[in-house]
Design a protein around this ligand. Structure first.
Ligand code: RIB
Length: 297
């Protein structure tokens, strides 16, 4: 197949990462060990993952008119991502994620800033880009009506839609109808099922549940399929889900089966957690194929 085209519609953040031995309690000040500013945002992370794996990636998103925004655009451009439809919003600040890495896990507060300026109108203006995609990939760090509009237009044009429901929120039933694949982690899966008022069997058919090193569960004509993961030495789990989604999008866009695509995406996620930072550890297609051929476990 020719190079698959993935359109990622989502957030672009600067990650402000503090490493410490433990988290500070309310009203407490502690000394941290290290501080870094690293490109992030679920949309941008997924775009970078898909581009490194060989996808032709078009991004639709917004940054602020500040220094972070300019730096993030330079970075995405260097990754080969098409940025014609990423807007710089002068009156807005670039989205940030305040991340604490402590006690072997991360905790994240996202301030969306310019990501909230990604409107339904912008999606409608980009209908042709959406219609010409093999896969449209969306997450929930931009306004929900924008996500719904993007999924609706893609669905109308027969373009496959992957929704990564993170950070989780209550989803309208029509969004679920428009999307083809939904990729919650175990926590998000619980919330999704609890809040969904439609037929749970119809929802299940679309699910790919990610379980970190334990692998993935997907459904094939009602049959539950477990796709094993990889046990690796974890350095930083930030962006693991994004790497998985980027890999899944590229494989589905190339026409691979859901199960094959999950196998590939599990390897992408595993490789990404072995390095520090959301995007720094995202692998190439060659690295992924090597891991699938020679698992580390
Ligand atoms: O999924 C990880 C991402 O979530 C981080 O890069 C951060 O920006 C937050 O959006």
């Amino acid at each position: 197949m020719m190079q698959p085209t993935i359109t990622v519609i989502g957030s672009i953040n600067m990650d402000l990462v503090t490493e410490a031995d433990r988290r500070a309690g309310a009203g407490e000040t502690i000394l941290g060990k290290e501080f870094s500013t690293i490109p992030g945002g679920k949309g941008a992370n997924q775009a970078v993952a898909a581009a490194r794996l060989g996808g032709k990636v078009e991004m639709i998103g917004c940054v602020g008119g500040d220094a972070f925004g300019k730096e993030l655009l330079r970075h995405l451009e260097a990754e080969g991502i098409i940025l014609d439809n990423v807007r710089s919003i002068t009156h807005s600040k670039t989205g940030i994620a305040a991340i604490t890495l402590a006690e072997g896990d991360n905790s994240i507060i996202v301030v969306p800033g310019a990501n909230n300026e990604l409107t339904e109108e912008m999606i409608v203006q980009n209908e042709a880009v959406i219609a010409n995609s093999d896969v449209v990939l969306v997450q929930l760090e931009i306004p929900l009506p924008t996500v719904v509009k993007a999924a609706e237009l893609a669905h109308q044009h027969g373009v496959r839609v992957i929704l990564n429901p993170a950070p989780m929120q209550q989803l309208p039933n029509k969004l679920i109808q428009y999307v083809d694949v939904i990729t919650p982690n175990e926590l998000e899966y619980g919330e999704l099922m609890k809040n969904y008022s439609g037929d749970p069997n119809k929802l299940k058919e679309k699910l790919v549940i990610t379980k970190g090193g334990k692998g993935t569960v997907c459904y094939d004509e009602g049959r539950e399929v477990h796709v094993p993961g990889h046990q690796v030495d974890v350095v930083d789990t930030t962006g693991a889900g994004d790497s998985f989604n980027g890999g899944l999008a590229v494989q589905l866009a190339k026409g691979a089966s859901l199960e094959e695509s999950c196998r590939y995406a599990n390897a992408v996620g595993a490789l990404s957690v072995m390095k520090f930072g959301a995007q720094s550890g995202m692998p190439t297609d060659e690295e992924v194929r090597n891991l699938i051929l020679k698992p580390l476990q």
